[in-house]
Design a protein around this ligand. Structure first.
Ligand SMILES: NC(=O)c1ccc[n+]([C@@H]2O[C@H](COP(=O)([O-])OP(=O)(O)OC[C@H]3O[C@@H](n4cnc5c(N)ncnc54)[C@H](O)[C@@H]3O)[C@@H](O)[C@H]2O)c1
Length: 251
């Protein structure tokens, strides 16, 4: 029985689909206890049932929802060790002069404010209980090596990579770790067609995939494997990294 997450309780946001679902399923199969959260009640509850996790409907942009998720996690499992901040969004790829105030606010609320709120609500719990917790931010290669047409999505990911490093140095002395995982483009997730700015087909993906030395896009399992390493005891001495899971794209 694989047990790299045995005894650990994790929250995975946006886990009703895509990378989040892969991360939650991998943590469960490695003996962890997972609370998955998402905006989507129906899909979230169905994924939780499928993998044996607990589901809490929550919007990552709302403080009261973070407070509810922490409370329900502690009520169900008595502790919390790992937070995977995976929920994210973008506007569809387009010329940057056509981005609206609404697009900008939406992307920064979901991608950046969510990280602020998660740490603002959960750090006091880790500090009070003396838990050497771990936060993983699902950022993107977009925050390190941007592509055209997604300027403010790219900037939101650069912001959270920096915030994650900042908190790694600030809370390292307390044993609390902060890392980012930076996936390259994945085919078939909820956001894929928005990144492309057109339908997510083999033909339309060619341009993206051509820039990846290993010759393919990323998968939820690739991202889950990186999160597992960083969240398990194997990652105990790793903090402040922005781990590219990108087949060499950022070289
Ligand atoms: N798919 C890619 O190519 C790719 C590449 C690099 C980084 N990422 C990042 O990976 C993460 C996951 O993306 P994905 O491709 O799996 O997308 P996805 O759309 O399949 O999954 C994202 C999930 O987050 C949920 N969500 C959105 N807004 C939310 C909110 N306010 N509160 C709670 N849940 C919310 C959605 O309902 C959805 O289930 C995102 O942060 C994204 O920026 C994706």
């Amino acid at each position: 029985m694989p047990d790299r997450m045995k005894g650990k309780v994790a929250i995975v946001t946006g886990a009703a689909s895509g990378f989040g679902k892969g991360i939650a399923a991998t943590f469960q199969s490695e003996g962890g206890s997972v609370v998955i959260t998402d905006l989507s009640e129906e899909t979230g509850a169905s994924v939780a049932k499928e993998i044996g996790a607990t589901f809490v409907r929550a919007d990552v942009t709302k403080r009261e929802d973070w407070e509810k998720v922490l409370k329900q996690t502690l009520d169900s499992y008595g502790r919390l060790d790992v937070v995977i901040n995976n929920a994210g969004t973008t506007y569809a790829n387009k010329p940057t002069e056509t981005v609206t105030d609404k697009d900008f606010d939406f992307v920064f609320d979901v991608n950046v404010k969510s990280i602020y709120l998660s740490t603002n609500v959960i750090l006091p719990y880790f500090l009070k209980e003396g838990i050497k917790g771990s936060f993983v931010t699902i950022a993107s290669t977009a925050g390190l090596r941007p592509r055209p047409g997604l300027a403010w999505y790219n900037a939101s990911k650069a912001a959270v990579i920096n915030a994650t490093k900042s908190m790694a140095v600030e809370y390292g002395p307390k044993g609390i770790r902060f890392n980012s995982v930076c996936p390259v483009f994945a085919a078939g997730t909820g956001l894929s067609s928005k990144f492309l700015g057109k339908e997510d087909t083999d033909e339309n993906r060619k341009g993206f995939v051509a820039t990846i030395p290993l010759g393919r896009s990323s998968t939820p399992q690739d991202i889950a494997n990186a999160c597992l390493y960083l969240s398990s005891d194997e990652g105990a001495f790793i903090t402040g990294v922005a781990l590219e899971v990108d087949g060499g794209r950022c070289v």
